[in-house]
Design a protein. Sequence first.
Length: 337
Amino acid sequence: MTAVADGEYWLGFDLGGTKMHAVLFDAQFKPVARRRKKTRGHEGADAGIERITATVLKLLDDVQASPDQLHGIGVGAPGPVDMDAGLIHEAPNLGWKNVPLRELLHKEFGCPVAVCNDVDVGVYGEYRFGAARGARTVLGVFPGTGIGAGLVYEGHIFRGRNSSCLEMGHMPVVADGAPCGCGRRGCLETVASRLSMSAEIAKAAYRGQAPYLLRVAGTDLANIRSGVLAESIEAGDTVVESIVRDGARHLGTALGGVVNLLLPDVVVLGGGLVEALPDLFLEEVGAELRQRVMPAFESSLVVKVAELGDDAGVMGAAAWARQSFPGRSRKPLLAAN
């Protein structure tokens, strides 16, 4: 991607717990510049906003553009988000609470800013450009450190009364089960997130049941990443495969209830773990899901793996900003409501 001439630009920003990913798009929605940085959320929200601002300025500089050419910013942020106010209620992985992100970025750049949940914009990206193109209703589920989900219905991100919703990872699935990070017990995340699977796998490795994984990653959860799990299964660590398949089946069971409620055109599975083991997840989630949905729904059920990878969030965020603010660029903050 090289410097380009004058034009309008839209920016998609994926604010993750460990890294920031930002992409600048031109008027034809082609990526013209991209940047990645460590988030360093532990440094606080003020420092985080400074890093976001600096990243945006560097992207504009990459294409020799001025902030006046930036027509809109879309941000996907972790945790519950007030989409109307552009407020991050709470991002536990960042340690941020009640951060008025839209207001702060609008003050800095003067353009409309849309703030959404990160999974919501990832699903929206797949709806617009990826695995769910042409669908009317799309349910996306992304197992990772936690389990995020999002729904796009007739071109709109589905949300609750005053914030993002579909916290599928906190659906209760095991009566009086293991404690969850949310403070409840037996949530889906305690049995089907990559973190919960990795914890069980670390125990198995400690017992000598996963020799390859023990050799390459040890028992530190920070080292037991999605790619390592896939390598371990390929190398013959059968206990690792068994644990991951069990987690995928739990995910399929929970999805059965959601599909019975919403009957989406497409269910999209995404995130690093699914990308590392796509066939395993399609097999286990699909089989369990078909056993759980009503018979009348089974024939119309479509399950796909996400296609856009890390770009789903930035593409979805920028596209959502463009849809939310057509012809409203460079206006005062209150006019963007």
